[in-house]
Design a protein around this ligand. Sequence first.
Ligand code: TYM
Length: 338
Amino acid sequence: MTNHPQRVLSGMQPTNTLHLGNYLGALKNWVRMQDEMDCLYCVVDMHALTDAGYAKPDEVRRAIHEVAAAYIAAGIDPKKSPIFNQSRVPAHAELAWIFNCVARLGWLDRMTQFKEKSGKHKERASVGLYTYPVLMAADILVYKATHVPVGEDQKQHLELARDIAQKFNNDYAAPDYFPLPEPVITGPGTRVMSLRDGLKKMSKSDESDNSRINLTDDADTIAQKIRKAKTDPLPLPTNENEFKGRPEAENLLNIYAALADEPVKDVMARFAGQQFSVFKGTLADLAVAKLSPITTEMRRLMADPAEIDRLLAEGAEKAAAIAEPIVKDVKRIVGFAG
Ligand code: TYM
């Protein structure tokens, strides 16, 4: 067991718009965790350059504001939990370099997200995309965070962060210097799938806008996307065994359960044997009721980008006050002056 105080760190990339998967898989848990531990929530703008944000400065600027607005609109209280963009706290990049020297090529070669994102032409991918998980480890460990609420797709990256922490602690004979951060992957929304294909993850980069519900969609768009969501011709399943071969049914029921904060089996019991057309109407009403207030508040906040910048600067100051002494310590441990 470690003696590290409990602290939460998580982040989202400011690329394209946030969607229901980001909300149910991560953001919703972030809001809850504010009452349990000290939390820091980061907009990972440096990661955005490895992705759709590269060479699109206006888009990155806009998306930083949008993601920060989404955090606040969903219920993150910036007074309690600092929100900031990563690039404002240079300690992330400093620690990432040291971690680049700790992490092994073989570890990064195993990262499935890199394989998916780089596709067939690995040699054309940026070096940043390759070392992306190392920067993510630095984001977490620069605060000695112990808990990281994320969706299931980040599990492997979290394992890498633990491996880096452990190797650093061992190689520098600094037992327990860094905590081994725990992934917090809970609830039925940890892997929200595409509305067009129940075997594909809901994603910002999917070409079809109908595949996802964006946090900026209005009520009519949300309802329409749910009505059009792919299903199968059978009535709704009566138990989890009937999910077999029915990924779209499983996805819609999980989305309902996550939005309603109810166990999947209770939701299933209520709708068992009904037609999808009926269920989709109820799901659309629920999604609109839960998401519309967030969208409205996001719009209000986005109308004043200067205020968002002020909050980000304030959050960065608080974050830096935690990170800087840790990086100073690490520099001393590795043999740099100081
Ligand atoms: P990103 O920006 O891709 O996604 C942000 C969060 O949303 C979750 N998520 C999903 N959850 C459920 N279903 C989905 N379809 C879905 N799609 C996305 C992600 O798991 C994530 O929690 N590498 C991270 C950002 C990052 C980070 C960090 C996270 C950088 N540094 C430090 C935690 C701690 C990422 O790309 O998330």
